[in-house]
Design a binder for this molecule. Structure first.
Ligand SMILES: [Zn+2]
Length: 510
């Protein structure tokens, strides 16, 4: 008895964080009792793929091999998760049945989940998968039709969208797929977004916010509840420059792993404010098998705001240390470690004590000195040392509310100054890998750039124990940002003095 067998091969992508690897889907059919097996480290959702694919093929009017059918995903050692391999599995099975030509599957990436009725459903991670595949030299992809506009954000790639298996067959036989969906609506800036024109008073704290925006410095607001810490923090994105094309792709790639569909590239930095009761996994990323991105990665190139920061569990705060230094987080899991970008701008806010009322004029604080010390101590030295600017906000005197003779400046006009200061930084740092003052390593600041006037101020602060080595570098960075905002070529003694005050958290009275 001669054995009759067939084989076909399709390609898809495994995502480890935002890093992509090509997965080959091999389908083999041979004589024997009908049986379908899947090998190559599938997870539960993927193990069910054979049932979904079989139902989809049958309900689309085609036959499923009535023999032994083996589906192998390689490399076998790589854990595979999710339902996006369905489309490639189905295509390879249809090729063994000669419904589509085997050669049509060469060099094309397929992503999509199939429904029992043969419909092709959207999946997470289309954008990072295609960005990664493109880097690996792949130039053709087939994706769910509803995600065609997301897939087309990847340049130099020919992408086809399919709504169901019949369209998949048509496309792989050389016909047309679904037309591109109409272009997504242009991004409209949210008129309700927080704006500095709604912030009354708080001149010094507004200034700290502007300096933070200009140099991309991390910021810490300290003061009683109700003084406007949260409102000010939420205004920070409104004065930051637009995202560049590359930054927007990075951000969209991360979001596409969480939101199922990315209709357009983001143009503005995001604002993420996780609550202190959020789990560690939702804050820094995690989950079973291949870890998913957390709030710190969703805030990549945007603002991460931790209100009532001392209330966050210390493992959560400590977990911020590495991404604050490196701009990324590596999440180790039992099976594999994944990496996500996490270059966020951190804004912390804290009350002076657990009840929040210490330091208000008519202090009704009932906290014990012990409780206040313990509360303050929850923000550890290493975290505070990585914060560039500290601003203490005291309550606005009631008599002044409503009597401010000047209309508060709007976010738009502050944003223009921030952009000019960023341009000066970009010009100064054009031969370096850095774009903003906050990123520049201390060594470069001290050796390659002219030192500001008034360095003895820093020596004095260091000798008196009020300034760490990292703190000294931070003051230099802030001084450069202040000089950039002032439009001068080199920080002066005054700039350094102001920078030292901002670093050490002088009082900002409304
Ligand atoms: Zn209190």
């Amino acid at each position: 008895m001669t054995s009759v067998w067939g084989m076909a091969r399709a390609s898809s992508v495994a995502l480890l964080g935002v890093d992509a690897m090509i997965v080959e889907i091999e389908v083999w059919t041979g004589s024997g009792l009908p049986r379908t097996t899947m090998v190559g480290l599938p997870d539960a959702a993927l193990a069910q793929a054979k049932e979904r694919c079989r139902a989809a093929v049958l309900s689309s009017g085609f036959s499923w091999p009535s023999q032994v059918l083996t589906i192998n995903l390689t490399p076998a050692s790589l854990p595979k998760t999710g339902s996006h391999y369905d489309l490639g599995i189905t295509a390879a099975v249809l090729a063994t049945e000669s419904i589509i030509p085997v050669g049509a599957l060469d060099e094309v990436i397929m992503l999509g989940e199939v429904g029992l009725d043969g419909a092709v459903h959207p999946v997470r991670g289309v954008l990072p998968a295609l960005l990664g595949a493109r880097q690996l030299g792949i130039t053709k992809a087939i994706v769910p039709a509803s995600q065609l506009s997301e897939a087309e954000l990847v340049s130099d790639m020919s992408v086809r969208g399919v709504r169901n298996l019949l369209e998949l067959i048509v496309v792989l036989r050389g016909g047309q797929g679904s037309d591109a969906l109409p272009n997504p609506a242009p991004v409209v800036l949210d008129p309700q977004a927080p704006d500095l024109k709604d912030v009354i008073g708080l001149a010094s704290a507004r200034w700290a916010l502007e300096v933070a925006a200009a140099g991309r410095h991390h910021l810490y607001f300290h003061g009683p509840p109700g003084v406007g810490k949260t409102l000010l923090a939420s205004c920070l994105p409104s004065i930051l420059p637009d995202l560049s094309q590359d930054e927007a792709l990075e951000v969209a790639a991360i979001h596409s792993l969480v939101d199922i569909s990315i209709p357009a590239l983001p143009t503005r930095p995001s604002f993420s404010a996780p609550h202190h009761s959020a789990s560690l996994a939702s804050l820094i990323g995690g989950g079973a098998r291949i870890a998913r991105p957390g709030a710190i990665s969703l805030a990549h190139r945007g603002v991460l705001f931790l209100d009532e920061a001392p209330e966050f569990p210390s493992p959560a705060l400590e977990a911020l240390r590495t991404p604050l230094e490196s701009g990324e987080i590596v999440l180790g899991r039992s099976e594999i470690a994944v990496r996500y970008p996490a270059r966020f701008q951190l804004v912390l806010a804290a009350n002076p004590c657990p009840c929040g009322l210490a330091s208000t004029p008519s202090s009704k604080c009932t906290c014990t000195p012990m409780a206040i010390r313990r509360y303050a101590g929850r923000l550890s030295g290493p975290i505070l040392d990585r914060i560039d600017l500290k601003a203490q906000i005291l309550p606005l005197r009631r008599s002044l509310v409503g009597f401010d003779p000047l209309e508060p400046e709007s976010s738009q006009s502050v944003a223009e100054r921030v952009q000019l200061a960023r341009n000066r930084q970009a010009a100064r740092l054009q031969d370096t890998p850095w774009l903003t003052n906050a990123e520049v390593p201390g060594r470069y600041l001290r050796k390659e750039l002219p030192l500001p006037g008034g360095m003895e101020l820093l020596e004095r602060a260091q000798t008196s124990g009020g300034l760490s080595a990292r703190g000294l570098d931070k003051v230099l960075k802030i001084a450069w940002t202040i000089a950039d905002l002032a439009g001068v070529g080199r920080p002066q003694r005054d700039h350094l003095a102001v920078a030292l005050g901002l670093r050490q958290g002088e009082e900002c009275i409304g």
